[in-house]
Design a protein around this ligand. Structure first.
Ligand code: HEC
Length: 502
């Protein structure tokens, strides 16, 4: 046997072993989760394995006497037990992890693996301001990422590992649009999570789409061999183009970075969400596709929100802009608008003010809704309300040598602890749900919940769950018909549903 043939076989065997161990690890991860195990060992004897309580007064699912915020739960665990053996052995982070475990169970946030189904409610759903029906619009062939409703009622769809297509008025999905940026099938796929490099991400219409036909796409551009790596590497890139007779044409690159910034970190954290403000600037989110210290290095693109003009020109009033001669060729600091973001999975502009808002996925706890400000530091990974999934506090920021005061960061407008895994969102507008005004409609993956948030004077004054147990929500958009479109992903397919006032 030739040497290369042998190495190929050993590589294949090694690959299979790695994939199998990863599958085993992920399938048992929820059951082995440390706070869950601690609860079973130290709390279940009185509060029950299902938290329903052995006696009527020990139920942790019923309304709690001493409050159910994370702080109140921590206080109860420490102070409501006379016997010292309940709390004596609990570390501070484990007490917080137990508090998160209890509130995750109370809010019925399913385990990570248990969130890949779809349940459409039958009949009218009653909520605070409006009743509505949920209607299935289309079944999709693979895991979706984004939709952009078109003025004529059809819907542009991006699927992570397939590409771009259009859903027509009958809910039929077209052939793939030829000529759009290339995507790669997944390397490994585990319960709907693609560990891949080279995906289609967001799709967004130009604010004057009806006049100019421009469609903006973000994707993770993949490179191999000619970017100094034999292993494929990728990075977010934004292009615009038009669709003519089922083909992608007139493509122009709007935002890209030097190939030195391409990495092997899987595209699950690439983000790549797009939004236009009222002045015609486009904002682009890039997740932590690198080590987290780079989130605070302005010359790198990671963990930032970038801002350029609709034609890709970089405005000189960007906060970290420097002329070409004063920065390295691989620097992307000229387009940085804000930084210290973990993965900004959602981005949208307020329909009246044009202000840019983002949703960010934290670790376990600490998902955020943020108003994005010029030059703002959003604090990750030094500051977060979340915990690591191993019930340990997040110390990575200090380990990486990051050092800045909490007062130098922008606090979230809304903190979600426990974390529902917030994904994309939209601002409601139009007249089909008039009492929702310009509220945020926010999707979530793990919690499978559609939230409605009303923000007044920088604070959430209403926070309502419109739908729960729906499915993993990837995107939420307003149609030109005033209906709310919600994009769901399942194991390796997806569906599109819409809310119709009842
Ligand atoms: C020996 C039985 C026992 C064990 C073990 C126990 N608890 Fe309790 N727990 C109670 C009782 C009884 C109360 C109600 C105390 C009161 O009303 O002041 C309580 C109250 C609480 C409350 C407040 C409930 C409310 O209504 O606000 C929380 C939260 C809680 N326990 C969490 C835990 C956690 C977490 C553990 C494990 C580390 C634990 N408990 C272990 C018996 C127990």
């Amino acid at each position: 046997m030739r040497w290369w043939w042998k190495s190929l076989i050993s590589l294949a065997v090694l690959g299979t072993v790695v994939a199998l161990s990863a599958a085993w690890y992920l399938s048992g991860r929820d059951a082995r989760e440390p706070s869950r195990m601690t609860f079973f060992e130290q709390c279940a004897s009185c509060h029950g394995q299902d938290l329903a309580g052995k006696e009527s007064d020990t139920s942790l699912l019923a309304p709690l006497r001493y409050g159910d915020s994370t702080e109140q739960l921590i206080h109860s665990i420490r102070n409501r037990h006379v016997s010292p053996d309940v709390t004596a052995v609990l570390s501070e982070p484990m007490t917080k992890a137990l508090a998160l475990y209890i509130s995750e169970q109370r809010q019925e946030i399913p385990s990570i693996g248990g969130s890949h189904t779809r349940t459409l409610p039958q009949g009218l759903v009653s909520t605070d301001h409006h009743d509505f029906r949920v209607e299935l619009v289309a079944e999709l062939s693979s895991g979706p990422y984004s939709i952009a409703p078109l003025p004529d009622g059809r819907i542009l769809l991006s699927e992570k590992v397939r590409g771009l297509s259009i859903i027509d008025h009958q809910g039929q999905q077209s052939q793939l649009i030829e000529g759009a940026p290339k995507v790669w099938s997944e390397l490994i796929q585990l319960r709907g999570s693609y560990i891949g490099l080279g995906m289609m991400l967001d799709v967004e219409l130009h604010p004057h789409y009806e006049d100019n036909g421009w469609i903006y796409l973000s994707h993770s551009d993949r490179c191999q061999f000619d970017c100094g790596s034999i292993w494929p590497v990728s990075m977010v890139r934004v292009v615009r183009g038009r669709i003519s007779e089922g083909r992608w044409t007139d493509q122009e690159i709007i935002w890209s970075v030097h190939k030195d910034n391409y990495t092997v970190v899987p595209d699950g954290v690439a983000a790549g969400r797009l939004a236009f403000d009222k002045q015609g600037f486009i904002y682009i989110t890039v997740g932590g596709k690198s080590t987290y210290d780079n989130l605070h290095v302005m010359d790198t693109p990671y963990g930032k929100i970038h801002r350029v003009r609709d034609d890709g020109q970089v405005p000189e009033d960007n906060p970290f802009w420097k002329p070409t001669r004063e920065r390295s060729v691989s620097s992307s600091r000229q387009s940085v608008w804000s930084f210290g973001h973990r993965t900004t999975q959602g981005l949208a502009a307020h329909p009246l003010t044009g202000y840019i808002w983002g949703t960010e996925m934290g670790p376990r706890g600490g998902d955020e809704v943020n108003r994005i400000t010029r030059g703002g530091n959003y604090g990750w990974p030094l500051y977060t309300n979340g915990l690591d999934y191993n019930a340990e506090p997040i110390t990575i920021g200090r380990e990486l040598g990051l050092d800045f005061p909490l007062t130098a960061t922008i606090p979230p407008t809304v903190d979600f602890t426990p974390a529902p895994s917030l994904s994309n969102f939209t601002f409601h507008h139009g007249d089909r749900f008039p009492k929702w005004g310009n509220d945020l409609l926010v999707g979530s993956l793990r919690a499978q919940t559609l939230y409605r948030i009303r923000i007044d004077d920088g604070e959430a004054v209403e926070l309502e769950k419109l739908l729960t147990k729906l499915g993993r929500i990837r995107d939420v958009e307003m149609g030109f018909d005033g209906l709310v479109y919600v994009l769901l992903e399942h194991d390796d397919t997806g569906s599109l549903v819409r809310l119709i006032p009842g």
